[in-house]
Design a protein around this ligand. Sequence first.
Ligand SMILES: *[C@@H]1O[C@H](CO)[C@@H](O)[C@H](O)[C@H]1NC(C)=O
Ligand SMILES: *[C@@H]1O[C@H](CO)[C@@H](O)[C@H](O)[C@H]1NC(C)=O
Ligand SMILES: *[C@@H]1O[C@H](CO)[C@@H](O)[C@H](O)[C@H]1NC(C)=O
Ligand SMILES: *[C@@H]1O[C@H](CO)[C@@H](O)[C@H](O)[C@H]1NC(C)=O
Ligand SMILES: *[C@@H]1O[C@H](CO)[C@@H](O)[C@H](O)[C@H]1NC(C)=O
Ligand SMILES: *[C@@H]1O[C@H](CO)[C@@H](O)[C@H](O)[C@H]1NC(C)=O
Ligand SMILES: *[C@@H]1O[C@H](CO)[C@@H](O)[C@H](O)[C@H]1NC(C)=O
Ligand SMILES: *[C@@H]1O[C@H](CO)[C@@H](O)[C@H](O)[C@H]1NC(C)=O
Ligand SMILES: *[C@@H]1O[C@H](CO)[C@@H](O)[C@H](O)[C@H]1NC(C)=O
Length: 469
Amino acid sequence: MLHIVIIVTLLSVRHAKSSYLILAPKQVQPGVNFDISVTVLNASSDVTVKAKLVTTINSSFISQTSGTFNRESTNQLSLHVPDSLEQAGKLIIRGTGGLSFTEETYISYHDPKGNMIKQWRNVSHDSGVYAGSMVMTDNPVLVLPKFEVTVHLPSFILTNTPQVHGIVEAKYSYGKPVSGNVEIEANLRYSYNSWNYQGSKAIIRLHNITIGSDGKARFVIPMATIRPSFGISTGQYLVVTANVTETLTDITFSGSEEVTFSYQTKKILFLSTTKTTFKPGLPYKIDAQLTKIDGTPITTYAQGILQIIVFSKEPIPSTTPQYYYGPTVHTYNLNDIRLNVSTAGIISELIHIPDNATKIQIKISFDNIAEHTEVTKYYSPSNSFIQLNVKSKEIMTGDKAEFSIQSTRPLSSVVVQVSIRFNQSKAKPGDNVTISVAADPKSYMYMLVADESSSYLREGNDITKEQVS
Ligand SMILES: *[C@@H]1O[C@H](CO)[C@@H](O)[C@H](O)[C@H]1NC(C)=O
Ligand SMILES: *[C@@H]1O[C@H](CO)[C@@H](O)[C@H](O)[C@H]1NC(C)=O
Ligand SMILES: *[C@@H]1O[C@H](CO)[C@@H](O)[C@H](O)[C@H]1NC(C)=O
Ligand SMILES: *[C@@H]1O[C@H](CO)[C@@H](O)[C@H](O)[C@H]1NC(C)=O
Ligand SMILES: *[C@@H]1O[C@H](CO)[C@@H](O)[C@H](O)[C@H]1NC(C)=O
Ligand SMILES: *[C@@H]1O[C@H](CO)[C@@H](O)[C@H](O)[C@H]1NC(C)=O
Ligand SMILES: *[C@@H]1O[C@H](CO)[C@@H](O)[C@H](O)[C@H]1NC(C)=O
Ligand SMILES: *[C@@H]1O[C@H](CO)[C@@H](O)[C@H](O)[C@H]1NC(C)=O
Ligand SMILES: *[C@@H]1O[C@H](CO)[C@@H](O)[C@H](O)[C@H]1NC(C)=O
């Protein structure tokens, strides 16, 4: 059988001024010279690079070669690879002279079916100053008739579904469908809560299914074969493995996929725009989304209900001895809100929270699913709140900005003072400019300085409203 050797790679960070770059193929093939490209990017003098292949058993040489490289030059080193490689070996590339470094990698032998990838291990540098990087080319010495096996399963399995449908797809790396046969095996994996114990139960084996001309084999697993295996365990999932054997060569490749079970088809998700605190007496927005269990949008219309429980603390009457009784907490419900959601499943409700609320519990339910969240009161020493929203979209210096203000107490006036001043109206890159800003004590100010001429680059380094609030 043909043996190939696969080497895999180290990518160390280049941190020193002097550095080098080594490029080598991903695979070594017996009898084919192994070409290494060495680029010395910067070194104080010429660099001697030695490459050798040694056995890991007794470190005796299999092959070696060396060359001398000038600064800023790229040259090839060609390492002879004998026709027969019997045991695991090691490739060592060592630089001396203007640069000193050692790169080592273990190589191991696989038949063409095993695409094992090995890592560089035990890399050492003779000098603490230099670092190197080894980049493997994407042009391996040997191109195998390799194909890929993919198992397609639904994104979740409903426990009350009658059967699970799946597809095994086999394609060559260049896209053409594979003709062959497939063996399929399904297992139920589970873990027990208490000991993190993991187990696996065989469910079904489907033999010798012929792959269609489209490279696909369709299969069905009846739920009746899975259900008896459901137990008291948690985190159960179905693992489907497929071995595809190519008709012409008898070469087999595998693929597998796993999928979890769900008792529900949908789930409710509170969106991040639903704040974790509320200001009593002011409108509070609840944003949520009803989605399929896999997070994709629902496709049908649904009706649900939004329920809110308000917690309020009664002031302690002065006559009550306060040994260990805290203030009495009362709870009451706000009127239920009916929710009608359509295809995107977006739920957006503005609710009014009573002044005496200290905490609210929000419950959204649709049929037999429900989601809860708890929101607490925003702290204010005076127990009064204002909510300020900027209505103007983009404000430039000199523009008038429009705000909307809501308050829990009558306001005679709101004073917001911010001033910003530049000491010169024009500046060249590299110039120093003084920016004077003034605002009331305890104000927060965020500044973004942008070079208008380069703003088309849209580098995304800007301060956004989300980062600030
Ligand atoms: C090249 O390396 C020398 C030291 O070996 C260092 O002084 C010099 O700055 C380096 N040059 C560059 C372009 O990195
Ligand atoms: C090292 O091992 C190889 C292959 O097993 C053998 O041919 C060689 O003689 C050994 N060398 C030494 C020094 O033991
Ligand atoms: C790693 O390298 C060190 C020194 O370079 C050496 O002593 C050690 O034996 C090596 N370990 C392996 C697993 O090769
Ligand atoms: C696939 O091949 C592997 C390795 O030969 C074997 O262990 C496994 O049982 C096979 N699976 C199927 C579904 O035939
Ligand atoms: C698998 O099916 C093919 C026909 O599609 C047949 O030629 C082959 O002998 C079968 N292999 C096994 C192991 O049953
Ligand atoms: C809080 O206010 C609601 C109505 O706004 C009222 O029904 C409830 O009794 C109040 N609770 C307390 C503890 O004052
Ligand atoms: C929700 O939809 C139902 C059925 O179409 C309709 O009767 C009801 O008035 C709707 N409710 C709201 C609040 O839109
Ligand atoms: C800008 O200020 C820095 C620090 O005060 C100073 O080093 C630099 O020379 C100044 N640049 C100009 C163009 O004045
Ligand atoms: C503005 O301030 C900078 C830095 O303090 C200074 O270098 C510059 O000369 C000032 N420009 C004017 C017009 O005063």
